[in-house]
Design a protein. Structure first.
Length: 374
C-alpha cells in the first residue's frame, strides 16, 4: 500500500546558514491522507478561530490558542510524525569538513569517518566560532561566501583574512592545511559549477528530506511525497527520481551506525501549494513547533514539545556533540593527533593518505598504554 507523507520546513534561509535571526532549521513530515488532513485542519480552524483559512506554523506558535492547536496535531498524529532538526552554525561547520577536508582524503574517507574525525573537526570549528575565537568568524564567513558563490579564485590564500596573532593552534593548523591543499579544494568546487548541482550547496532541505524519506521507508513499502514548493528541491530532484519504484533496501554503516540509503517512491516528488494542501499545513505547523521548542524555553508548550525531540526529531538532525572534544576520551586524543599529522603532511608536501590507516591504528594502540591526559 502506498502511504502519503507531507513535508514542509521552518527556518529556511537557503545558503545563508549564518543568518542572525534564523538560527535553526526544521523539516517536518506527517503521514496522513488528503481526507483526514482536510477534516482535521478544518476542525482546528473552526475550534480555535484561526484566521486566513489555513494553518501557518510561524503564526500559530505566537499565540496560546495557536499553540494549543499544534498540541492537538501532536496528539492526533502520534506515531506518524518525523522531523529533522539542525543548528545552522554547526551544520555549516559540518559542511566545512565536507568541502575543505573531505576532498583531500576522499580515497580513504571511510577510515576518517570511522574514527569520528569529521565530528571532531566540525565540533572544533563550532566551538571556535561560538567562543568568538580570534579568526573563527572570518573563516566561517569566508567559507560560506566561497560556497555560495563557488569562487575558485585565489584559493591558495584561502582563509588568510582569519590570520591573527590570537589564533588558537588548532585554528591555525586548519587554516594552513586548507592553504596547502587548495588545489584539492578547487577541484571540488569546480565539480559544483553546474548551476543545479551547486546553487543550493549549503541548503539543508534536500538532505533533511532524503533522511526523512529513508526512515519512513523502513515503515512503508511505498511512499507518495508531497512537498511545499521549494526551489532547492525543484532544482535537485534528480536524486529523488532515482527512488521511484525502487524496492531494494540498501543501508550503510559508514558513520558508525546503520542508516537506510534507499526508499520507494510511487512517483517523483509532488510539489503543492500549502494553501490547498492540508497535509503540508500540518507539516509546517510541526516544523515551526520544533524550532519554537528550542528557542522559547520559558513556555509550557515549548518545554512539552522539546521533550518530544528524542522520539520524533532525531532523523538526520544536526547538533553539536561537545563530548567529541573531551581530551580525557581516547578518541578525542586520537583525532587531535590525526589533525596534527594531516597538517604536518600538508605543510611538507607529503601524501595525506599513504600509510594513514596504519598510522591511525598505531596511534590508537599507543594511546591505550600512554594516554595524553589521565
Amino acid at each position: 500500500m502506498t502511504q502519503n507523507i507531507y513535508f514542509d520546513e521552518s527556518g529556511f534561509t537557503g545558503n545563508n546558514l549564518l543568518h542572525p535571526d534564523q538560527k535553526y532549521f526544521a523539516y517536518g513530515s506527517v503521514a496522513t491522507d488528503d481526507a483526514e488532513a482536510a477534516e482535521f485542519v478544518a476542525g482546528l480552524i473552526e475550534k480555535y478561530g484561526i484566521q486566513g483559512g489555513e494553518l501557518k506554523g510561524s503564526k500559530l506558535v505566537k499565540f496560546n490558542k495557536g499553540r494549543k492547536a499544534i498540541d492537538e496535531i501532536f496528539t492526533h498524529f502520534e506515531g506518524r510524525i518525523k522531523v529533522s532538526l539542525a543548528e545552522k552554525k554547526y551544520a555549516l561547520a559540518c559542511k566545512f569538513f565536507e568541502y575543505i577536508f573531505e576532498p583531500c582524503i576522499s580515497e580513504i574517507n571511510s577510515t576518517f569517518y570511522g574514527i569520528g574525525f569529521h565530528k571532531y573537526i566540525a565540533n572544533i570549528m563550532y566551538c571556535e566560532f561560538m567562543a568568538r575565537g580570534a579568526g573563527a568568524e572570518e573563516i566561517f564567513q569566508e567559507f560560506e561566501n566561497i560556497m555560495r558563490n563557488r569562487d575558485t579564485e585565489n584559493l591558495e590564500a584561502i582563509f588568510s583574512s582569519s590570520s591573527n596573532t590570537g589564533n588558537s593552534p588548532i585554528l591555525k593548523s586548519i587554516r594552513e592545511f586548507a592553504q596547502h591543499r587548495f588545489e584539492d579544494i578547487r577541484d571540488e568546487l569546480m565539480s559544483l559549477k553546474d548551476e543545479n548541482t551547486g546553487k543550493w550547496i549549503l541548503d539543508l532541505t534536500g538532505s533533511a528530506l532524503f533522511t526523512l524519506l529513508a526512515n519512513w521507508g523502513k515503515e512503508y513499502d511505498q511512499i507518495t511525497a508531497f512537498c511545499d514548493n521549494s526551489k532547492p528541491l525543484q532544482q535537485s530532484h534528480e536524486l529523488f527520481n532515482l527512488m521511484v519504484n525502487r524496492s531494494d533496501h540498501i543501508t550503510s554503516s559508514a558513520f558508525g551506525e546503520e542508516h537506510p540509503l534507499t526508499f520507494n517512491l510511487s512517483e517523483p516528488l509532488v510539489f503543492s501549494d500549502s494553501r490547498i494542501s492540508h497535509g503540508i499545513q500540518l507539516a509546517d505547523a510541526v516544523a515551526a513547533a520544533m524550532v519554537y521548542s528550542i528557542t522559547a524555553t520559558d513556555n509550557e508548550h515549548a518545554m512539552k514539545w522539546k521533550a518530544l525531540i528524542p522520539t520524533i526529531a532525531h532523523y538526520g538532525s544536526i547538533f553539536p556533540d561537545l563530548d567529541m572534544l573531551n581530551l580525557k576520551d581516547l578518541s578525542a586524543q586520537r583525532n587531535a593527533v590525526v589533525l596534527l599529522e594531516l597538517h604536518e603532511r600538508a605543510k611538507n608536501g607529503i601524501d595525506l593518505i599513504d600509510g594513514m590507516p596504519e598510522y591511525i591504528r598505531l596511534v590508537s594502540q599507543k594511546l591505550l598504554t600512554h594516554p595524553m591526559y589521565a
